[in-house]
Design a protein. Structure first.
Lengths: 625, 625
């Protein structure tokens, strides 16, 4: 039987096979954070004609069911059907999270004072041709020439020897070596016949629990050529790292989790390479940042001990690996550098972030906070660094939220509520784009505004009868942020509770870290904020929500995705990779999960902005108005 | 249709598929040095009943054809058939070339003064279990414990990290590391849970062009447990290295040649492991000796430049590789050490031989000669070593000779001819075994005796009418060494010419090396002879033949297979592996193929014993009698 899309595309489908699955087999991907279990409600389709069987409507409103909405994962065709895929259900890889400007990144790189010195170097050599009087072997000839060029020792991994004889002869004894420099020695990672000095590109990857971002970088000048990103398809094994580790361990899905992330990265690399018509052999290095669990999955390391006390990863620093052994589809010998981690819950993404914001170089005390799927906080300066992790959950990245989404086109990223009329003004990412969901910065704005306008009380409860935007929804009371044509975008009470728990955990983290180190908020010179909130984060609103402490606004700096920025830096410079390793060694990890005072602080944070309103004099003042 | 063996075994066969191929598919291997091209005549079968089609009888005598003999490679069944496989056609792996006595080898090892220090070491560690206060990663824990044990630096190859978490926890934090020591650092080659210190075995391999020998060695005490050997099945790609390189290069059979040698080694290892009921994980190291081309094929390196002036190998020293990347069926991480070579035609087998005979340790001048498929000669002492290769061909190993065979059961290894009656007395390897062919030492004996008794003249021509043992055969005149029931064993004139060419090349090699170094035969203190001649080599007869120079008998020492002996030594000791590398660095290679004086010397040697009979006064005396 046939499934036809309103766009005209027609595909073959089978009774009993979910529409989600059938679409996937034909290369059409829908968002589906639960992995097809019918619990996230994101893979909505509209059945325009034909008969279907649906196993569940649990995540659809009555109105939606009436209008023909169905969950693609729970629905299979009975005969020929015509369906429509709403824009919000479409998984796109093109959408950029934070459109990092190449010139900003270059400026950041130049500010470090480092030279371009990537993971691998290309060396062009012209070997003297052999003769009866000069009959040393090809390998010795190569080593001798390198020595003559002052390149010292050279390790040739066994796998390069099989074709050495042919390669050196192919272009009349001219060859290009791609080599990495490690332990005072070169190690060959590729040998090309002839002069292949340029072009040479690097790939930087940030494996977020929710989102994967890939940068394509020109290694000759550090220029960022392009960016691609995608939801981490491990999401189908769970929204958070713990659920994924459980699936990997107890359900023996380790291989699937590893392959999921590798396949995501391959998809992004393929798009970048084909968009820019690159030769795959011009990709010469890969640098990967991510939290400890993500790096474990990426490298195929058993993460099971991470989730159980005393929370031990297989490793915090990782040997260099190569693309072939991981399944990354570039030349199999391309080296893959994985960021060093600190502990099970303070990973390479945090080390990368600290490197990118440069707090390890500053004498003054700073705080770095990365609000991704988890919330990790680092306190310190050029002398010392102490870090902690607080389970914030992935709500700021849109996961687990009814209408949450990443900060891509169509996301409401700013919200203003008129205190008199309760009318809502929204700011949407993308020119003239209709909103399809709400991203982290939009949520913060919305909740802060709802609190200031009295729609929400201090406990995070919606006030009925104050506006017709507060209404009874399927999950209890909800606030309509945007009245849409096909669907309204709402924040329901469970969403709001989610946000409040997250912000309470983060604020408690700040407090405990400072307390343990013997400082107060006033001692803090800078607060660097990283995360996938969108292009901007409203500091004032974040303070009103109680996510950030009440400090002078100029102490805060919103940095965007610092994990990928640090990976970018390390793609370019050996000195900076060394610095990342130094940061990981220097950083002390504080385990909050067993701290009683953390729990006390957390509970105090479950109010807007905080039980201790005296810590927020400005907000107190505002609420009086 | 069916093929039944007279032994009763029945197999399915097909018209159009050669009987050789059909037997092979059912695990029955016949000797076939030409690889089924109908040119070596070794895969004889006897068709007892049924119809067959034969494409060629070219290597069979009329008598044989009449008796039902056929070449299995050239013959395919037309209907059901009953066949017999003569013993001489059966390929067996059990036959030992030189039954090396464990106590002799142990004595050799102890004479070097080296300690047992194999390629890999097993280290049992009891790690402290982690806690919240001691929450470093598994990898750091391992490194810390090694450091505490004074084991310094440790490299953990990436491939070991995936299961590290499980392995360390499996036996309550007790683990056994198998590690190699390289460049002042340990590199892990295996990690086992619990205490797996013993047993630990090593494999030593000699890849001869014609024969492959494998030793199984107990690494705890150096005891040789067992030996297995087999014809190198690369023979089907040619008897000599040049033909094989041509096949590898021009016919793109490189992969087949690599797989052939790996499969032979796997077969021998499997037999040894199953005979001794060993756990495959107790095999911890492999040391491989062989000539430069054989090591290239073994490692899968392109050998094409070896055969063309200026004769350049890919490498003379090889990085350590591991079993998995070569396809050797032991634990994939077992390290494989390949002997360093000197030049394209002086390989690791010669370095290994020099190490085994110890000439690199002696102040006096010695000669080492290895007569295998090629003939390599080394001259020198503890100060210097110079080597040359002379194309002797594989005749002394039985290849290319009508009734030639390896020195295994059934081989005539000694021949005595009564000068009055011309009756022949033969000595056969194996108790009460009927002769099935003639091995190297038997050929030397036979030709020397034929010369002394006047059956053969100085030019190597058989004298008709002197005895009824000299007769017209299918390849011209032949001498019947043994009248057999089913077939006679003969040396035909082409065989004799073969031997004379080989001995002339070797003697010319001696002469040129001495001349170039400024010495004469009288300066030589010892002549060490290696090769697959059989259990003994008659020095006197070898001098009569003109293979060896006429020197006092006590200057000669027959050493058997020194290539495998050196591999045995290096399996046990790092010091000796270092010594092998020193030998390979120190040895100067002299290219004979372009030397005019070599050609002159060679031509002078094409007589028995030599054109210059004055160099053989003893032989001259004998022939006068």
């Amino acid at each position: 039987m046939n499934l036809t899309l309103t766009s005209g595309k027609k595909i073959k489908v089978k009774q009993g096979v979910s529409i989600l699955e059938s679409l996937k087999r034909h290369g059409i991907f829908l968002t589906s954070s639960c992995g097809g279990k019918g619990t996230c409600g994101k893979c909505k389709i509209i059945v325009r004609s034909g008969d279907v069987e649906s196993r569940s409507h649990i995540k659809l409103s009555r109105k939606e069911v009436h209008e023909g909405y169905a969950l693609a994962c729970m629905t299979s065709p009975v005969g020929d059907i015509l369906i429509d895929i709403p824009k919000e259900s479409t998984l796109t890889v093109e959408g950029k999270i934070v459109t990092s400007k190449s010139k900003d990144l270059l400026a950041l790189f130049h500010s470090t004072g480092a030279d371009i010195d990537p993971l691998s170097e290309r060396i062009v050599l012209k070997l003297p041709a052999p003769s009866l009087d000069d009959n040393i072997s090809d390998l010795e000839r190569l080593k001798k020439e390198l020595f003559a060029n002052g390149l010292g020792c050279l390790r040739v991994p066994f796998r390069f020897m099989s074709n050495l004889a042919r390669t050196v002869r192919e272009k009349n004894w001219e060859i290009t070596l791609s080599a990495i420099h490690s332990e005072d020695c070169y190690e060959i990672i590729n040998i090309f016949p002839g002069d292949r000095k340029i072009p040479q590109y690097g790939i930087a990857v940030d494996i977020g629990t929710t989102t994967i971002v890939v940068y394509l970088i020109d290694l000759s000048d550090g220029h960022l050529i392009d960016v691609a990103s995608i939801y981490n398809s491990q999401i189908r094994f769970g929204d958070d790292v713990i659920t994924r580790i459980v699936n990997a361990t107890e359900n023996k899905e380790m291989g699937d989790l590893h392959r999921a992330v590798i396949s995501d990265i391959n998809e992004l690399i393929t798009i970048l390479i084909s968009n820019h018509k690159l030769d795959i052999d011009s990709i010469d290095s890969i640098v990967v940042s991510g939290n400890t669990t993500m790096i474990h999955f990426f490298l195929g390391l058993d993460p099971s001990a991470i989730r159980e006390e005393p929370y031990i990863p297989t490793a915090n620093t990782f040997p260099l690996s190569h693309a072939g052994e991981l399944g990354i589809k570039v030349n199999r010998n391309v080296p893959v550098y994985s960021f060093p981690c600190v502990a099970s819950y303070v990973g390479g993404d945090i080390v990368s972030g600290v490197l990118a914001v440069g707090m390890n170089k500053k004498e003054e005390l700073s705080i770095f906070i990365d609000i991704g799927t988890n919330g990790e906080i680092v306190l310190g300066n050029s002398e010392w660094l102490v870090a902690a992790a607080c389970s914030a959950g992935p709500c700021f990245e849109g996961s687990g939220m009814k209408h949450g989404m990443r900060a891509t086109d169509g996301a409401i990223e700013g919200v203003k509520i008129n205190p008199g009329t309760f009318e809502v003004e929204v700011k949407v990412i993308g020119d003239d784009t209709k909103p399809t969901g709400i991203c982290g910065s939009g949520m913060i704005d919305a909740i802060a505004e709802m609190f200031l306008t009295g729609i929400l009380n201090q406990k995070g409860k919606l006030q009925k009868n104050i506006s017709d935007r507060v209404r009874e929804g399927e999950d209890g009371l909800e606030f309509v942020v945007f009245f849409g044509e096909s669907r309204d975008i709402v924040l329901a009470e469970p969403d709001i509770e989610n946000i409040i728990r997250a912000k309470a955990a983060i604020y408690a983290g700040f407090s405990i870290l400072l307390k343990e180190a013997g400082f107060t908020f006033d001692d803090v010179h800078k607060v660097y904020i990283a995360g996938g909130f969108g292009k901007f984060l409203d500091i004032e609103k974040s303070i009103i929500l109680g996510l950030l402490p009440e400090l002078p606004k100029d102490k805060f700096e919103y940095m965007g995705n610092t994990s990928i920025a640090g990976a970018y830096l390390c793609t370019l410079s050996r000195k900076l990779r060394g610095e990342a390793e130094e940061i990981s060694r220097k950083m002390t990890y504080l385990e909050l999960s067993v701290s009683r005072s953390f729990m006390d602080e957390y509970v105090s944070g479950l109010f807007i902005p905080h039980t201790n309103i005296e810590a927020f004099p400005g907000v107190k003042e505002l609420t009086k108005k």
